[in-house]
Design a binder for this molecule. Structure first.
Ligand SMILES: [Cu+2]
Length: 137
């Protein structure tokens, strides 16, 4: 009995001063976070200097890319749905076949002025509209 009283006494001695019942700090926790500000951006950030080219059934986005001669051009070819690739025969560049969601960065030589067709070489995709133009000017 005596021992417990001593312990309680010790406790009360070191007990922190209770906060006043009326706190002046507004209780905002949870109150200002109810708005639905969910970021629906699904795309990964494309690094600066990289041109995103989306490949889907059955088109490329964009269908036309213009660059100045000698300008650095890296195309990030990303499949949105289905299997696709991107080839430019005249410049001897190509990606591997890309599964949905996959991408590949390819560096395009731009030392030649001209219009170069890019296309998807998978199945009959080219005939179905998977073509675009790279214009180096
Ligand atoms: Cu394709």
């Amino acid at each position: 009995m005596t021992a417990s009283l001593v312990v309680l006494a010790g406790c009360t001695h070191t007990k922190p001063i209770p906060l006043p019942a009326q706190s002046t700090v507004p209780a905002t926790t949870g109150e200002t976070m109810t708005g639905d500000t969910v970021n629906l951006e699904v795309q990964e950030a494309v690094p600066a200097g990289v041109t995103l080219v989306k490949a889907q059934n059955f088109q490329f986005q964009p269908r036309e890319i213009r660059v100045k001669k000698g300008e650095k051009l890296v195309m990030r070819v990303q499949s949105v749905d289905g299997f696709h690739d991107l080839k430019i025969d005249a410049l001897q560049v190509a990606t591997k076949p890309l599964a949905p969601g996959q991408f590949e960065d390819i560096t395009i030589p731009t030392d030649q002025i001209g219009t170069f067709e890019y296309y998807c070489s998978i199945s009959n995709h080219r005939a179905r509209g998977m073509i675009g133009q790279l214009i180096v000017e």
